[in-house]
Design a protein around this ligand. Structure first.
Ligand code: MV4
Length: 453
């Protein structure tokens, strides 16, 4: 194996993704350091790392740049993997890591900062030639008349979004010009509250789009590849529930052109690392909305159909090694689907932490489980409710769905509530099985037979 320029990786995360990163590091022969909060001392991955450092209380740990940098110094880490969530897209963190002479396993702080500003990201991608919806190229001005004029030109219905928003916060859908000023006012207030910045932009609103994303990987040698697409339309209140690759009922030539455009965009902006271009899809058209500069929760479906270890590739390119696969080698084989199992009550989706009395993970042909659960594990109440990702791969979508249905039936989790029954219902729903549903599918209730006719 080729020698890596670093030896020790600090994993600045928890849960299933910390475990996933430990495995990739071990595959590459790297020394691993796990950090944990006082609430996570019993975490599964901590038994697999070379060193463990407890960095603070439950709510002053994985988001504390200072504490993580101290831990990195203490264990003589050469690199830090941020995982997803927490500090993974925080440009100050990437900058702190860079300035300490360590390798941040992700793109540069500059790129993270640009993409974190959705207005700047949109402007940049539009200039490169990615398709975007009609919208404002800058933050909406403070003058009401100027705003009204800009929004009229975009056309109604339109959507107001926070420049550094996420998770749907600060978003307002407007169907008539009369709604603009009060909506803008409240969106600004919400954005300032949530993100410390009042900048709002406007885009033409798409009623029931699908959420399609393109996976990219780029190295320091000017190679950028796209690794297929994922359909992440099945979500509830901006929390993804289920993802699949390839996207069903899609024009392959159109996806191919879009993927090539994303890889070209990476080369154009000098992107290095793993990334995701998010698009809305409606009646045969794609519209760029955002770029994520991190490893994503749903990366396994891409790995399954492409036979590629994305986390290993991510670490390789951060270490300055070339990508190990060329574009010609990257094509989807069959179909993969991922169900996110969260510790939440059915119906209300309220977090349901507690003690896992018994965990029986599913298995068999084409089944992959990404989970940090074990018998007796106590799920702390402080963090994300994701406890397992069940991934099913098959030669066809139908085979993947059947394997998923069997896997969900085989899986047993005792002691806590989970949304596994929701996934079981979705797997049996004719609308979902037909493929190509929009982001409104869950909230419509159509999976449950409650849908409007
Ligand atoms: C939109 C949209 C329709 N039109 N933008 C929601 C979160 C943010 N990341 C982007 N979002 C949307 N932007 C325009 N111009 C509909 C959504 C949207 C959505 C997007 C992706 C996945 C799930 C969604 C659920 C509701 C709304």
């Amino acid at each position: 194996m080729i020698g890596l320029p670093f030896k020790t990786v600090l994993i600045a995360n928890r849960g299933e993704i910390a475990l996933r990163i430990v495995r990739a590091c071990r595959h590459l022969g790297l020394r691993t350091v796990g950090i944990c909060s006082e609430a996570d001392r019993t975490a599964l991955h901590l038994g697999m790392v070379d060193q463990v450092l407890c960095i603070g209380p439950a709510k002053a740990s994985y988001l504390e740049i200072g504490r993580i940098m101290q831990a990195a110094a203490l264990c003589q880490a050469d690199a830090i993997h941020p995982g997803y969530g927490f500090l993974s897209e925080n440009p100050e963190f990437a900058e702190a890591v860079e300035q300490s002479g360590l390798v941040f396993i992700g793109p540069s702080a500059d790129v993270i900062r640009t993409m974190g500003d959705k207005i700047a990201a949109r402007r940049r991608m539009r200039a490169i030639g990615l398709p975007c919806l009609p919208g404002s190229d800058d933050a909406l001005p403070s003058d009401p008349d100027a705003c009204a004029q800009i929004c009229l030109e975009i056309g109604y219905p339109l959507i107001l979004k926070a420049a550094n928003g996420g998770g749907g916060r600060g978003m307002r859908i407007l169907r008539h010009p009369a709604e603009l000023l009060p909506a803008l006012e409240s969106a600004r207030q919400e954005a300032t509250q949530a993100f410390g910045r009042a900048d709002i932009y406007a885009e033409r609103y798409v009623e029931a789009p699908r959420h399609i994303e393109i996976q990219v990987l780029a190295d320091r040698f000017g190679h950028a590849v796209w690794v297929g697409e994922r359909d992440c339309s099945i979500q509830r209140r901006h929390q993804k529930l289920l993802e699949e690759a390839p996207a069903p009922c899609m024009n392959r030539a159109a996806i191919h052109a879009l993927g090539e455009a994303c890889a070209a965009a990476c080369r154009e902006i000098g992107y290095i690392g793993i990334g995701t271009f998010e698009f809305l899809y409606d009646t045969d058209e794609f519209f760029f909305i955002e770029m994520n500069t991190r490893l994503q929760v749903e990366h396994p479906v891409t790995e399954m159909v492409h036979g590629l270890d994305l986390v290993t590739e991510q670490i390789r390119v951060a270490a300055g090694l070339p990508l190990s696969a060329s574009q010609e080698e990257l094509y989807p084989r069959g179909h993969a689907i991922e169900c996110r199992i969260t510790a939440e009550k059915m119906g209300s989706f309220m977090p349901a932490p507690g003690t896992v009395r018994r965990w029986r993970p599913p298995g068999g042909a084409g089944i992959r489980v990404e989970s940090h659960l074990y018998d007796g594990y106590v799920i702390p109440p402080f963090y994300d409710t994701l406890i397992a990702k069940i991934v099913a791969h098959g030669r066809t979508r139908d085979e993947a769905l059947t394997r998923m249905r069997c896997a969900l039936d085989e899986m047993e989790i005792e002691g806590i509530d989970t949304i596994a029954p929701l996934h079981q219902a979705i797997m049996r729903d004719p609308t979902f099985r037909a493929g190509g549903v929009s982001v409104t599918y869950i909230e419509d209730g159509s999976w449950n037979g409650e849908g409007k006719q």
